[in-house]
Write a protein that binds this ligand. Structure first.
Ligand code: SF4
Length: 378
């Protein structure tokens, strides 16, 4: 297998969902107005406009809900991608539990998709309803069963804590239910109330009560201890895996390695440039069909910006920042650049520099990751 440093990641954004969840601030549109084939043609045309010189090591099809597309276009897309790129070691697709179709999943597996990320969120029916999700707890169990039957041996579930109305008890139930499904990966995120969402309005109007920060911190701690006891190792602030099943594509983001993002609203970090595509499917297709760029933003970060981003992202991983590797990648010595921050947070027991030349958050520091990260922003 080629190292992550000599390959590039490919992210494909399918911005369709069956129904918009009221907490979601990601760009997505309802599938009923969509012309999936036209979007997929545009996606491949955009891909052709890139001169990707490195082997593609990981592919991630995310959304939105890619699984809300009909099976055939999805299977064709997987097939075309796999015949273009021969060095793909990990090929993930996101799947909504309500849209796990056995025949489609079996075909996707056969055409090279080898990792499935299922948006479970909660095993509590009331919480799923609060979140406006279209699936039930039973459908999560069913989706995992179907995926395993279809040949998937690398399955991840997303779980969310801090859902209004949730408690330590319902959270433990979700964690235990997820672990009992014997999947290989769990992503555990807290609900963020994003501006301009129906949830933000409901909170403002006093119709939705947010979970207290201290309670959320307790939920986070409970996840760490319960999942560790269930055989998962935490490798990033929000991510746990059975050893050997860490998400290679997402590790690229935390190591600040190149990823080409294709599709509406997709972001790329490639050949020293950060770009974001226009967050509008119709405009995206129109631009690509007219032979124009889909990018609505592009900039070249300064070496200091890259060094700062790499430090902030690297600290998210439990192994921390490999300091010699950091110097090779950014040209900066981490201790010289962030000496004051390292000293301050080491003094408070939140950060440690280890004998094996890594700088990382301590167990206590994992609960204060955002506070520590602030001091690594230049
Ligand atoms: S399914 Fe996912 S992307 Fe779609 S609206 Fe809900 S949270 Fe957002």
């Amino acid at each position: 297998m080629k190292s992550a440093h000599s390959t590039v990641g490919l992210y494909i954004h399918i911005p369709y969902c069956r129904k918009k969840c009221p907490y979601c601030a990601f760009y997505s549109v309802p599938i009923d107005t969509a012309d999936p084939n036209r979007l997929i043609d545009a996606i491949f045309a955009e891909l052709d406009s890139y001169d990707i010189t490195e082997p593609v090591g990981t592919i991630y099809i995310g959304g939105g809900s890619p699984s809300c597309l009909p099976g055939d276009p999805l299977i064709e897309m997987a097939d075309s991608l796999m015949s273009r790129y021969r060095n793909v070691s990990e090929f993930t697709m996101e799947c909504n539990p309500a849209q796990a179709d056995e025949a489609t999943l079996r075909q996707l597996r056969a055409f090279g998709v080898n990792r499935l990320s299922i948006g479970a969120q909660s095993f509590n029916a009331r919480e799923l309803k609060t979140l406006g999700r279209i699936h039930s707890p039973r459908q999560i169990v069913e989706a995992v069963r179907i995926a395993k039957k279809g040949g998937f041996e690398n399955i991840g579930l997303d779980l969310m804590f801090g859902i209004p109305g949730s408690s330590a008890k319902t959270w433990r139930h979700s964690l235990k239910s997820a672990a009992a499904l014997k999947v290989q990966h769990l992503s555990v995120y807290s609900l963020t109330i994003e501006k301009l969402t129906p949830f933000a309005r409901a909170v403002r109007e006093g119709k939705l009560a947010v979970v207290d920060e201290a309670v959320e911190r307790g939920m986070c701690k409970a996840a760490r201890s319960l999942l560790r006891n269930a055989g998962f190792a935490q490798y990033e602030i929000s991510n746990f895996a059975v050893p050997g099943f860490e998400c290679q594509h997402n590790i690229r983001y935390w190591k600040n390695l190149p990823v080409v993002g294709i599709g509406p609203a997709a972001a790329s970090w490639y050949q020293g440039k950060r770009t974001t595509n226009v967050a509008d499917v119709a405009k995206y297709i129109k631009r690509i069909e007219a032979g124009r760029s889909a990018q609505s933003e592009a900039y070249i970060p300064s070496p200091e910006q890259i060094a700062s981003e790499s430090a902030v992202l690297g600290l998210r991983m439990t192994q921390g920042i490999d300091m010699p590797e950091y110097q090779k990648q950014t040209g900066f010595n981490l201790v010289r650049l962030f000496g004051d921050a390292i000293k301050k947070h080491s003094f408070h027991g939140l950060l440690e520099c280890t004998v094996d030349d890594h700088c990382r958050l301590t167990e206590k520091g994992l609960s204060y990751a955002d506070t520590v990260a602030q001091d690594f922003i230049l």
